[in-house]
Design a protein around this ligand. Structure first.
Ligand SMILES: [Zn+2]
Length: 310
């Protein structure tokens, strides 16, 4: 089977950097062929930040296209909520300014003459891992990206499930303790309220997650206990997903996943304790493969699939 090769641009809007990746697509094969990043542009006035960043996205897209184009679609990963029909943002995490109702996909498409589509950055991470990374070949997949927050993604029958508004898969905001600590989303007792980076630091008594991992590897009891407790909460959230979706692959990514077995072991224990309806031997827990470029890569894949009407 041979088909036409096409190229697709993915942009990943982050609080620190705007990353871009160009992927090449032919049949079922996806390959990243170029990537780069620039610091996110912050206007002096907070009210002007979003408009400045949208202009920057258009400029970065033109630079990327000049470098390795032409491309037939653009996907834009955003850290928050958006309207997939209008291409406007609804709420953006960790970047100041008025984002509600702001056109983002439209101006980027206008600047480049290429159709552009938004996707949440955690769903972009999952889509990249599903097509190019640790989720390849999975029928159904659950993914978590562990960092400042807890991002989530679910894929069913080889497709990332977006829901009607792109918010499906928010595994980090499922309630696991009705009286638990407040979450940044306004609910209490979410997985994220126990497992985001600052909560890990609090549980381990350390200034950073890296330090918590270092101390735990040296055998310090508080760090060991803290990471085990966090893994337990993550495991409960993942066990719930396994019961509902029956995935064959669980992919854990984000900076915090570097804790490795310190988190993976208690997660596996919790899954074994709580999943009673499906055979957990067929559920494989793996580390993500694509690192910090997964968001831009997955955004590129999303743009390609949306433009193709998939
Ligand atoms: Zn929450």
């Amino acid at each position: 089977m041979s088909g036409a090769t096409s190229r697709h641009l993915g942009l990943d809007l982050g609080g620190t950097n705007v990353k871009w990746t160009i992927v090449e697509h032919e049949g079922d094969a996806w390959q990243a062929v170029a990537r780069d990043q620039v610091p996110t542009r912050y206007a002096a006035e907070p009210e002007a930040v979003p408009a400045g960043i949208v202009a920057q996205l258009g400029e970065v897209a033109l630079t990327a296209i000049a470098d390795r184009g032409p491309v037939s679609s653009i996907g834009i990963g955003v850290p928050g909520l958006y309207d997939p029909v209008s291409g406007r943002t609804r709420f953006i995490v960790n970047v100041p300014g008025p984002w509600a109702g702001l056109p983002v996909a439209g101006p980027v498409a206008e600047a480049t003459g290429v159709p552009a589509f938004l996707i949440n950055d955690a769903r972009a991470f999952g889509l990249a891992e599903l097509r190019l990374g640790a989720g390849r070949g999975a029928r159904s997949m659950v993914g978590l990206t562990l960092g400042t927050g807890v991002g989530g993604v679910i894929a069913v029958d080889g497709r990332v499930h977006l829901g009607h508004d792109g918010t499906a898969g928010e595994i980090g905001h499922q309630t696991i303790d009705p009286d638990g600590p407040w979450c940044n989303c306004g609910n209490r007792g979410c997985v994220e309220a126990f497992a985001r980076a600052d909560q890990i630091c609090a549980a381990c008594g350390t200034p950073s997650v890296e330090e918590a991992v270092r101390r735990a590897r040296e055998g310090e009891p508080r760090a060991l206990r803290g990471l085990r407790d966090v893994g337990r909460y993550l495991g409960i959230g993942i066990a719930n997903m396994i019961t509902v979706i029956s995935p064959d692959r669980i992919v854990l990514g984000g900076g915090v996943a570097a804790a490795g077995e310190l988190l993976f072991a208690p997660i596996r224990e919790e899954i074994a304790r709580r999943v009673t309806t499906t055979s957990i031997e067929d559920v494989v827990l793996v580390a993500a493969e694509l690192g910090t470029w997964a968001g831009a890569t997955g955004a590129a894949v999303h743009g390609a699939e949306r433009a193709a009407g998939i």
